[in-house]
Design a protein around this ligand. Sequence first.
Ligand SMILES: Nc1nc2c(ncn2[C@@H]2O[C@H](COP(=O)(O)OP(=O)(O)OP(=O)(O)O)[C@@H](O)[C@H]2O)c(=O)[nH]1
Ligand SMILES: [Zn+2]
Length: 433
Amino acid sequence: MSALRNIKYNEEEDGELPSLVTGEETNLQEILKNVSYDGGNIVSDAKVERVNKQMESVDNNMNGSQKRKRIPVSIITGYLGSGKSTLLEKIALKGADKKIAVILNEFGDSSEIEKAMTIKNGSSSYQEWLDLGNGCLCCSLKNIGVKAIEDMVERSPGKIDYILLETSGIADPAPIAKMFWQDEGLNSSVYIDGIITVLDCEHILKCLDDVSVDAHWHGDKVGLEGNLTIAHFQLAMADRIIMNKYDKIEHSPNTIKQLQKRIREINCIAPMYFTKYSETSIDKLLDIHAYDSIRVSDILDNSVGGGTIHDHRMGTVMLTFRPLRDEEEYNEKFLKQFLQPLLWKNFGALAVLEGGSEHNEHNWEVQRTKGLILIEGNKPAVRVIQGVRDTYDVFPGRCDDDGSQKECKIVLIGKYLEKGSIEKLLHETLNYN
Ligand SMILES: Nc1nc2c(ncn2[C@@H]2O[C@H](COP(=O)(O)OP(=O)(O)OP(=O)(O)O)[C@@H](O)[C@H]2O)c(=O)[nH]1
Ligand SMILES: [Zn+2]
């Protein structure tokens, strides 16, 4: 671009400048070479400015195409000892043709977090250790870890196809997912592809029942309000569930049934795969696009049943409702009077939801929202809503090509959610008769 500034050009002698660069040319250098350097008058600043601007947009377009090559991050979470590292090894083995960067995060005794970033690139792999010096990945990742990930990506352009981030057994995946998904800075090079939760079929029910608030892990006291365990959150946020250590329960069909029912009560959307030593095909785990617009519809369609809640602590509520009449109803009613009060728990929703069961005073909480909203009127549109806790984002969506999507759908996963009260809030908002 600065090269353009050196163009000395005299219209009489050199005739018309070639048409300004549009950025489409492949022979940009030829064009610039042909512009004869006469050492005479300086091309008018306005012209240089204009051409520089054009070059800028060329650069941006270039970056744009590089930007489009963003790297998917899969967050691998799950209770202590469930088989996360075993899964990572399997993916790395099976994905030998893919270039996978693995970010490990273990809580050591001194509760130091050592962070290894290993880029498996063919046989060679190089380690990068990042001591976050902070007891909690999801909090510290926001600052130090984000930078380290960006540096890693910048330093190895084209060398990474996937990033697998294994959280420790006691990290809550929601803030980590939110950070990747919300963080403008990171959007330049990575994006969150989905959360893979590994569970230990033999012990998970005990974990889910171990709701005494003074539960301890690694000697750290991890108290949780509302008597939920981290295992609940890790399950609620899952976009894929690896039901690992199947060898431990494969001979007791009742346990398998009980397990499936309990997991489905917490998360009725994510596909479940029973595995031994986390053995599964990796195409079920990578490129799942759980956080972008296109796939939400089939994720929603995957959800089984109405998500009625048996377990009042963590559950899934799925509602279908008529298309919204127009943008006005979408903005003023659906967003402002239904979705925002629900996610932000402000008085509007509380008043309606308070009527729910004794749990509902103030400790209900939506952890994950996925929605497909059809808007009719003179500017019909499809919107996809992706939410993590109190944050949501809206993407332009598209209905399945066969136009089978006739209704709006929203799935809410969270704590003490009562389908009846939420439906009532929606119906009052859209004054359903
Ligand atoms: N029986 C059985 N053992 C398994 C299975 N998968 C993993 N294991 C064993 O369970 C133990 C824990 O596995 P890891 O992969 O280290 O579990 P993790 O989730 O990474 O553990 P943390 O990082 O400490 O949370 C190891 O000894 C594994 O060999 C399985 O399917 N069946
Ligand atoms: Zn944290």
